[in-house]
Design a binder for this molecule. Structure first.
Ligand code: ZN
Ligand code: ZN
Length: 352
C-alpha cells in the first residue's frame, strides 16, 4: 500500500538494479555466467595440454573478473536525473485529472522536480533517468547517461569472454578427433603411450573423470549456449554503436522509427502502436531490451481501451505498458494487471 503524506499518495521508486523486485532475466543472466564459467574452468581448461592451461586460466579468468566488475557497477549505479538525485523528493502518484503529461515543460509531475533535457520517466523504476536509453531487465536497471559506458563495457567483456569459451569448446571438440597422435592440445592424450586406447583417456567434468561421450556432450552444450548468447550480445552492441554514432538512443528509435537515427530531441512524440512494434522488432533481433517509460498518447490509451473492450475483461487501464498492451491485444483471455503507474490523456501527441 502506498504511503500517504500531506494528502498525496507516495509511490515507491527503485534505486538501482539491486532494488526489488528482482528480474527473472537478471537471474538467468547470472545463471548463464556461472554455468559457463564453471564448465570452462573445471571441464574445458583441465582437458588442455599442460603448456596451454596457465594462459587459458589467466586470460579468461582476468576477462571474466573484469566483466563481473563492470557488470556489478552497471547494476549498482543509480542513473537518476541529477536533480532527482539532489532533491530526493518522494514520488507521488500521477494525477491525470490535474496533468496531461508526466513531464510538462521539463517538470516531472511524479518526481516533483524540474528535470534536465533528455530525461525520461521510467515506469519500472518510477523515476526520471537522465539521457534515458531503455530499461534493461538483464541488469534490472535503467540504462542512461550515468551508466551507459559501464553498460557498453559489460557487453564488450561479455562478448569477448563468450567467444573465448565457445572457441575453446569447438577447438577441443575438433582436436578430440585429430590430436590423438600429435597430443599437442589435449591433456588426456598426453600419456597415450600407456593407454590401451583413446577411450581410456582421462576427460573430466567438474574435475571428475567421465566417459568421453559425456565430455563431448558438455562441449557441444557449451558451444551452443555460448555462441547463442554471443550472437545476441553482438546484435545489441551493433545496435548501440549504430545509434550512438547517429546520436540517438533505443528509446528515441522506438518512439518514432522514421526519425530513429536523428539527433536526440528534447520533445518526444510517440504512438503506442509504433512503440510496440519497434520494441518487438528490437527484441527479436537482440533478444534483450524492453522500453519501459510512460506512454502518454491518446492513441496508446485508446488502443489499450479498445483491447480491454474486445477482451471483455476488467482491465483498468491507468497505465500503458507495452508488455501488457501487446499481450492484451493478442490474447483475448488475458487479464492486465497494471499497477505500476498511470497514463495521461493527450489530444493527439504528447511529450513524456
Ligand atoms: Zn520523473
Ligand atoms: Zn528503469
Amino acid at each position: 500500500m502506498p504511503d500517504l503524506e500531506a494528502g498525496l499518495e507516495i509511490e515507491p521508486c527503485r534505486r538501482n538494479g539491486w532494488t526489488p523486485p528482482p528480474s527473472a532475466r537478471q537471474a538467468i543472466t547470472w545463471l548463464v555466467l556461472v554455468v559457463l564459467g564453471v564448465i570452462y574452468f573445471t571441464s574445458l581448461v583441465p582437458a588442455l595440454h599442460n603448456s596451454w592451461q596457465l594462459p587459458a586460466y589467466i586470460s579468461t579468468g582476468v576477462l571474466m573478473l573484469a566483466h563481473v566488475i563492470v557488470h556489478v557497477i552497471t547494476i549498482s549505479i543509480d542513473p537518476s536525473d541529477p536533480r532527482v538525485l539532489r532533491k530526493k523528493k518522494p514520488k507521488i502518484k500521477f494525477d491525470e485529472m490535474k496533468h496531461q503529461h508526466v513531464i510538462e515543460n521539463q517538470h516531472c509531475n511524479i518526481c516533483q522536480v524540474n528535470v534536465k533535457a533528455h530525461s525520461n520517466h521510467c515506469r519500472v523504476c518510477n523515476k526520471c533517468v537522465w539521457r534515458f536509453d531503455y530499461h534493461c531487465h538483464f541488469v534490472n536497471n535503467c540504462i542512461g547517461g550515468r551508466n551507459y559506458r559501464w553498460y557498453m563495457a559489460t557487453l564488450g567483456t561479455a562478448f569477448v569472454a563468450l567467444c573465448l569459451i565457445s572457441g575453446l569448446a569447438v577447438t577441443e571438440f575438433t582436436f578430440f578427433f585429430t590430436d590423438q597422435t600429435n597430443r599437442h592440445i589435449l591433456q588426456p592424450y598426453r600419456d597415450l603411450n600407456t593407454l590401451q586406447t583413446y577411450k581410456d583417456a582421462n576427460f573430466k567434468i567438474l574435475y571428475q573423470s567421465v566417459p568421453y561421450e559425456a565430455w563431448l556432450t558438455v562441449l557441444a552444450f557449451t558451444f551452443t549456449l555460448g555462441t547463442s548468447v554471443a550472437v545476441a550480445v553482438l546484435g545489441l552492441i551493433c545496435v548501440h554503436i549504430y545509434l550512438t554514432s547517429h546520436k540517438s538512443t533505443i528509446f528515441k528509435s522506438l518512439e518514432n522509427p522514421s526519425k530513429a537515427y536523428v539527433p536526440v530531441k528534447v520533445e518526444s512524440y510517440m504512438s503506442g502502436a509504433t512503440l510496440n512494434s519497434g520494441s518487438f522488432t528490437i527484441e527479436l533481433v537482440t533478444g534483450l531490451p524492453w522500453v519501459s517509460t510512460f506512454h502518454t498518447t491518446r492513441s496508446a490509451k485508446n488502443s489499450a481501451k479498445n483491447s480491454a473492450k474486445n477482451n471483455n475483461n476488467e482491465c483498468e487501464l491507468k497505465m500503458v505498458d507495452e508488455t501488457c498492451s501487446s499481450s492484451a491485444q493478442s490474447d483475448n483471455s488475458s487479464m492486465c494487471s497494471l499497477s505500476q503507474g498511470v497514463v495521461s490523456l493527450a489530444p493527439s501527441t504528447t511529450s513524456l
